[in-house]
Design a protein around this ligand. Structure first.
Ligand SMILES: N[C@@H](CCC(=O)N[C@@H](CS)C(=O)NCC(=O)O)C(=O)O
Length: 235
């Protein structure tokens, strides 16, 4: 069975999992979930009880939530391409540590800004959340810039699934006008390089509902009800 990735729009962190699937080149399908209405609805909670995207229906017909779990699950398919590493290796530990930083410190830095936007904060509440969020985003960028240590990609000379996940979150800086990325030259170079990547352009087109020409194994969209019927059905 082809895996199905449930991705959230607009601006979901699931963007990174779409880029990862494209880089891996494996056949897959997508199921589009609108946030917040559809993601928190009863039907989607049968996919992920937490009401969050991404979620993956694996090729074995099993459900998997959480970006880190999904990326590590997919990573096994990308070891020969250098996109991930076998568990027990130094590469695996470095990739896992980077994903953990991105999934916690980097992701969470944007939380006050998302809260202000999604809850229509006004006046002093908005000011406090905005200042707090911008400080957190700047610190997370400074920390990541230090971790990058002048390398081309987050882990070295070659791209890995960490770079795929990074771009899906880093673009939130523009959504919230949170920082000027040029203050972090290594991250700025990485961001610009990723923006030119065909898989990133493909994921952007998918999110915007535009006709998307992927270079990977995208096999089309599936509706949520049809995806539900696939749960538990192995190939
Ligand atoms: N820890 C989860 C967090 C997932 C998450 O927060 N997803 C957001 C989109 S980035 C979501 O689905 N939010 C639901 C909503 O906006 O109502 C992961 O890393 O996958």
């Amino acid at each position: 069975m082809q895996p199905v990735l449930f991705y959230g729009v607009p601006e979901g962190c699931s963007f990174g999992s779409i880029v990862a699937l494209e880089w891996l080149g494996v056949p897959y399908r997508l199921c589009r979930i609108r946030m917040p209405e559809q993601v928190s609805g009863e039907v989607f909670r049968a996919i992920n009880p937490v009401g969050e995207t991404p979620a993956l229906l694996t090729s074995a017909g099993q459900l998997l939530a959480e970006s880190m779990a999904i990326l590590n699950h997919l990573g096994v398919l990308g070891i020969d391409k250098g996109l991930a590493y076998p568990q027990g290796s130094r590469g695996f530990d470095r990739l896992n540590a980077m994903l953990a930083f991105l999934n916690t410190s980097f992701f969470n830095a944007f939380s006050p800004l998302w809260h202000a936007l999604e809850h229509g904060a006004e006046g002093i509440e908005k000011d406090v959340l905005t200042r707090y969020g911008r400080e957190k985003v700047a610190k997370a960028h400074a920390d990541l810039e230090a971790m990058l240590r002048g390398r081309e990609w987050l882990l070295g000379d070659e791209r890995t699934l960490a770079d795929a996940y990074f771009i899906g979150i880093a673009r939130w800086a523009e959504v919230h006008d949170a920082i000027d990325r040029r203050q972090f030259p290594g991250l700025d170079r990485l961001f610009r390089r990723l923006q030119e990547d065909p898989a990133v352009r493909f994921a952007q087109a998918i999110e915007h509902g535009e006709r998307a020409q992927g270079g990977g194994g995208f096999a089309g969209h599936v509706g949520l009800d049809d995806a539900l019927r696939l749960v538990g059905h192995e190939a």
